[in-house]
Write a protein that binds this ligand. Structure first.
Ligand code: SAH
Length: 227
C-alpha cells in the first residue's frame, strides 16, 4: 500500500465519522484521485480535509464539503446535473460517477482548460463544460434534476437557476457574506414553492457575474497554471 492509499483510507474513514453514510458517495470520494486535480505544490496535502488553492485566487473545496453537498443532492443514476463553478473539475468528476451527465460552467477560461485536461486524462466522458456566466444557468439544457453551485451567493440563488430546476429537483448552494456563509438546500416542490434546509457553515469564494476577461489576469498567474 502506498502512502497515498493510507491517507485516502484515513480520509474516507473521517468522512464516515463526520456524517457521510451514502456508500455511493464514499466510493466516489475514494475512487476519484483528488491529487490529480490539485496543483503539484500542494499534492502532498491532496488527501487531507482541507481546501487548497487552484490558481487565479480560486480554491478546490474541502473534501467534507464536497461529500456533504454530493450526499445532500440524493443523485439518481439517470440525473442530469448542472454545476456552477467548475474550478479544477474535482466536484464535477465526483458527480460524473453518480449521474448520467454533468453540465458545468466556469467563468475563468484558463481554469476550465486545466479542468478539462484533468477530466480527459481520467477518461471521464459524461461532463460537458462551457466558459460562461453560471448565474444565467444553461437554458438550452434545462430543466435539470439537480443543481450545485460551488461559489457563494450573497443572499439567495440566482433566479435563472431556480427557473431551470425541474419540479422535484434539488439545488445546493452556499449563501451569505464572506466568512458567514451557510450551505443551503432548496427542494422545488412546485413551480414556485420550495422546502429550504440549512446543512452546515461553509467558506466559499463569491459567485461573480460575467465571464472573466483576459485583462483580469497577470502573466504570472497563467504561467503558474500551466505548470
Ligand atoms: N467545484 C470546484 C470549486 C471551484 S471554486 C472544484 O471542485 O474545484 C468556485 C469556482 O466558481 C471558481 O473557479 C470561480 O471562478 C467560479 N465562479 C464564480 N462565479 C461564477 C459564475 N458566475 N459562473 C461560473 N463560475 C463562477
Amino acid at each position: 500500500m502506498t502512502i497515498d492509499d493510507t491517507k485516502k483510507i484515513r480520509l474516507v474513514m473521517y468522512l464516515r465519522t463526520a456524517g457521510i453514510s451514502d456508500t455511493r458517495v464514499l466510493s466516489a470520494m475514494e475512487r476519484v484521485p483528488r491529487d490529480v486535480f490539485v496543483p503539484p505544490t500542494f499534492r502532498d496535502q491532496a488527501w487531507e480535509d482541507t481546501a487548497l488553492p487552484i490558481g487565479l485566487g480560486q480554491t478546490i473545496s474541502q473534501p467534507l464539503v464536497v461529500a456533504t453537498m454530493t450526499q445532500a443532492l440524493k443523485i439518481g443514476e439517470k440525473d442530469k446535473i448542472l454545476e456552477i463553478g467548475t474550478g479544477c473539475g474535482y466536484q464535477a468528476a465526483i458527480l460524473a460517477r453518480l449521474c448520467r451527465r454533468v453540465y458545468t460552467i466556469e467563468r475563468h477560461k484558463p481554469l476550465l482548460d486545466v479542468a478539462l485536461r484533468h477530466l480527459d486524462d481520467l477518461k471521464i466522458r459524461n461532463v460537458t463544460a462551457i466558459c460562461a456566466d453560471g448565474m444565467k444557468g444553461w437554458p438550452d439544457q434545462a430543466p435539470f434534476d439537480r443543481i450545485i453551485v460551488t461559489a457563494a451567493a450573497r443572499e439567495k440563488p440566482p433566479q435563472a437557476l431556480i427557473d431551470q430546476l425541474d419540479i422535484g429537483g434539488i439545488l445546493v448552494i452556499p449563501v451569505g457574506e464572506n466568512g458567514a456563509q451557510v450551505l443551503r438546500l432548496y427542494k422545488k416542490e412546485s413551480r414556485d414553492t420550495f422546502a429550504i434546509r440549512d446543512l452546515m457553515p461553509v467558506r466559499f469564494v463569491p459567485l461573480l457575474p460575467d465571464v472573466a476577461k483576459p485583462g483580469d489576469y497577470a502573466e504570472k498567474d497563467l504561467v503558474d497554471l500551466a505548470g
